[in-house]
Design a protein around this ligand. Structure first.
Ligand SMILES: [Mg+2]
Length: 222
């Protein structure tokens, strides 16, 4: 089989270890650049609340700017801080058992990774989390949110038929809907932002709360 993973909140704990800190950094950066807020910790609390039901940090920042009625240039400043500035001393952790599961699946299957973001930042996050790029036959970092063309290319390049492909990710619309359209099996990782989405049964083939559950699914699909 070919198993294609998402990175953030699927293999690494983005919402736990990165997002809260980056949202705070973004707020600080916006304030440094002239954003007027009456109270930093209140504004930060608002960001956190908005983020709880948001699809991405981008969406969180956009809503925040709209709610407080700030100039759009602050949105760009915050966005750049979140997506392009990764501090060298920010620790990033893999999800529980992620590396063990990759080692085990790699023995009998091809693995690939398709992630949305900036390439240097996504690769730096993997490295910090201890996830070796050598696990993956293909790694695609896309600045566009549309993963479908990348899924298609990978499957063609590695000569898999759609029924032998599994995609595992936390965001149903970004990670799994395009996979389903291509005839792949889909596994919803219910972590981080993945918890914000009600799992309509018809949207995905499997839903898991822990990566180790993937091993059983692979056996079922075979
Ligand atoms: Mg994700």
């Amino acid at each position: 089989l070919l198993i294609i993973f998402d990175l953030d909140d699927t293999l690494i704990d983005t919402s736990g270890s990165i997002t809260p800190i980056k949202l705070q950094d973004a707020l600080q950066r916006m304030v440094d650049c002239g954003l007027k807020i009456s109270d930093f910790s209140e504004a930060y609390e608002m960001l956190r609340r908005l983020d709880e039901c948001s699809e991405s940090s981008r969406q969180t920042l956009a809503e925040f700017i709209e709610v407080i009625g700030a100039d759009l240039r602050f949105f760009e400043i915050g966005l750049k801080e979140v997506y392009e500035n990764l501090s060298p001393d920010l620790p990033i952790f893999p999800l529980d058992q992620a590396i063990e599961v990759l080692i085990e699946l790699k023995q009998n299957h091809d693995l690939a990774l398709v992630t949305v973001g900036k390439e240097h930042q996504q690769l730096a996050k993997m490295k910090k989390a201890g996830i070796d790029t050598a696990f993956f036959s293909k790694i695609v970092v896309s600045e566009e949110r549309n993963k479908k063309p990348h899924y298609q290319t990978i499957v063609e390049e590695l000569y898999f038929s759609p029924s032998d492909v599994i995609v595992c990710g936390d965001r149903i619309h970004v990670d799994l809907v395009p996979a389903r359209e291509l005839g792949f099996k889909t596994v919803h990782m219910k972590w981080g932002r993945g918890l914000n989405f009600v799992n309509a049964k018809s949207d995905v083939d499997y839903a898991i709360s822990h990566l180790t559950e993937l091993k059983q699914i692979v056996t079922n699909v075979l």
